[in-house]
Write a protein that binds this ligand. Structure first.
Ligand SMILES: Nc1ncnc2c1ncn2[C@@H]1O[C@H](COP(=O)(O)O)[C@@H](O)[C@H]1OP(=O)(O)O
Ligand SMILES: [Mg+2]
Ligand SMILES: [Mg+2]
Ligand SMILES: [Mg+2]
Length: 321
């Protein structure tokens, strides 16, 4: 089957990284370092990126990786204790790791893109990770501007009363599935269908600054969703729609940051997983997300991810105000 090796390697590295993040959260209270854009990063974000870039580098040495983090914030002498800690966690997976190899692996993720590249968010939802809520390790392969393989590992996510720790994977044209992080048979993913919108739920970010929650509620109501939103950090929201737990994910530009452009690693894996589960993802104008323009979705604003059935109704409601 197409992309068999890519799927297997992506799952292996994402699982190893998810395990590292989970260990960090169980064992220490991770401190956050503030990046230049004032967003937080932790030893787990760096460790996850190191493990994934190392594994992709061995399996696909020619493939560029467009990752969120770079090692600049870890290289300064005053950050030596944090780099030591990252190295110790990476050694749990790669026993020969040293501070030098760790920063090199992290910086493999500094590529700009190309016709074929990987995009990586080593921890999507760092704020959720720090709060003890949802987060995801998100990895996707983009070829010719199209997402071909997507993996989302969600160590804190569970369905119903099941144990937390789920992984989601999709290959274009071959469907999407989920399985427990600790192993088990893959189960197919299918969005919720039917036209009974008053039974539907919608998902949105926990962070009010990452979207327009007022407008998101108004649009959900306009399309007949009467229940309150489920607020969740990270691309776990895409997983919730793909698994039929919600029919809609709305991410409309925040009035505080109207010029914000979404980063490709915040969406690529989730988009493919929803599409392969039978759903649809566009921007707020109904245009497909354009993954061919470097690290940002410069041609898109806002994201609408749905079960497909209600998609056009949502886009029409957005056009009305
Ligand atoms: N103004 C903004 N609008 C939309 N997303 C944002 C904004 N600022 C940061 N983000 C991104 O939202 C993602 C988290 O998603 P969610 O809110 O759904 O949990 C993070 O990757 C974060 O990027 P960054 O890592 O650069 O801070
Ligand atoms: Mg992110
Ligand atoms: Mg991140
Ligand atoms: Mg971040």
């Amino acid at each position: 089957m197409a992309y068999d090796t890519e799927k297997k390697v992506a799952l292996d590295v994402a699982l190893a990284a998810a395990h590292l993040c989970d260990r960090v959260r169980q064992e220490i209270v991770p401190e956050s370092i503030e990046k230049d854009d004032r967003s937080p990063v932790t030893v787990a974000d760096f460790g996850s990126q190191a493990v994934i870039c190392q594994g992709l580098g061995v399996a696909f040495p020619q493939d560029p990786i467009v990752g969120e983090e770079d090692s600049a914030d870890l290289r300064s002498p005053e950050r030596a204790p944090q780099l030591q800690l990252v190295t110790r966690y990476v050694q749990g997976t790669l026993p020969t790791a040293t501070p030098d190899t760790v920063v090199q692996w992290i910086d493999r993720g500094n590529a700009q893109g190309g016709d074929r590249f990987w995009t990586l968010d080593p921890i999507d939802g760092t704020k959720g990770f720090l709060r003890g809520d949802q987060y995801a390790v998100a990895l996707a392969l983009v070829e010719g501007g199209e997402v071909k393989v997507g993996v989302l590992a969600c160590p804190a996510l569970s369905f119903g009363s099941g144990e937390p720790g789920l992984v989601f994977v999709a290959v274009r044209g071959e469907g999407a599935s989920w399985m427990p992080l600790k192993g088990g048979d893959p189960q197919p993913l299918q969005v919720v269908t039917g036209a009974e919108a008053d039974g539907f739920r919608f998902v949105e970010s926990v962070e009010s600054g990452h979207g327009d929650q007022t407008r998101q509620s108004a649009i959900a109501q306009a399309v007949g969703i009467t229940q309150a939103s489920i607020r969740m950090d990270s691309q776990a929201k895409y997983a919730a729609v793909a698994a039929g737990q919600a029919a809609l994910y709305l991410r409309l530009p925040s009035p505080k940051t109207p010029d914000y452009r979404e980063k490709i690693w915040d969406h690529a894996a989730g988009v493919l997983i929803i599409e392969e589960a039978g759903g649809r993802v566009t921007d707020m104008l109904g245009q497909p997300l354009d993954f061919s323009q470097g690290s940002k979705l410069v041609n898109n604003q806002g994201v609408v991810a749905s079960n497909g059935v209600i998609h056009e109704t949502v886009i029409a409601a957005l056009q009305q105000g």
